[in-house]
Write a protein of this length. Structure first.
Length: 154
């Protein structure tokens, strides 16, 4: 799997994230890294990164982790973010790096998809500033369903 091409294509798949300048730095099996730029239009009333922008970079990174985990199955799956919890830990200034990782083993999700045609799983996301200070934590709860039958080998 060409994860570099997957990351480049993913940036174009989410128009809003692309619009606010989020860059997908890396996608790997079950993980992803996204970056929120330091831009005046993304700031809040105290001059730090806006809460909505922080959520958006976290959600984008979590979707990238999904892509990395299920890259071989993308043609048969439809994922939807069902809900999220976010903890704002410190004032977020400057570019913010969102590092996401699946919390549910891929094999468990695939087994549920094979049995039920749908599955739920979590992706954890840590938000850090450029100095490495953790400024937030996010859990995105994903729902995924099969959109076409899985191919079976004979």
């Amino acid at each position: 799997m060409d994860y570099v091409a997957l990351a480049a294509g993913y940036e174009r798949m989410i128009p809003f994230a692309h619009h606010i300048g989020i860059a997908i730095r890396e996608i790997a099996p079950g993980t992803a890294v996204a970056v929120l730029p330091d831009a005046d239009e993304l700031k809040n009333h105290v001059g730090s990164q806006h809460a909505g922008a922080l959520f958006t970079v976290a959600e984008a990174a979590s979707g990238g982790a999904f892509l990395g985990a299920f890259a071989e199955h993308l043609a048969t799956l439809t994922p939807l973010a069902e809900r999220a919890e976010i903890a704002y830990l410190k004032i977020a200034r400057g570019p913010i790096i969102a590092s996401a990782a699946l919390r549910t083993p891929v094999d468990e999700v695939l087994a549920a998809l094979d049995t039920d045609g749908k599955a739920r799983f979590e992706v954890g996301v840590e938000l850090h500033d450029e100095a490495g200070v953790e400024v937030g934590r996010v859990t995105v709860h994903w729902y995924v369903r099969r959109t076409a039958p899985a191919e079976t080998s004979a």
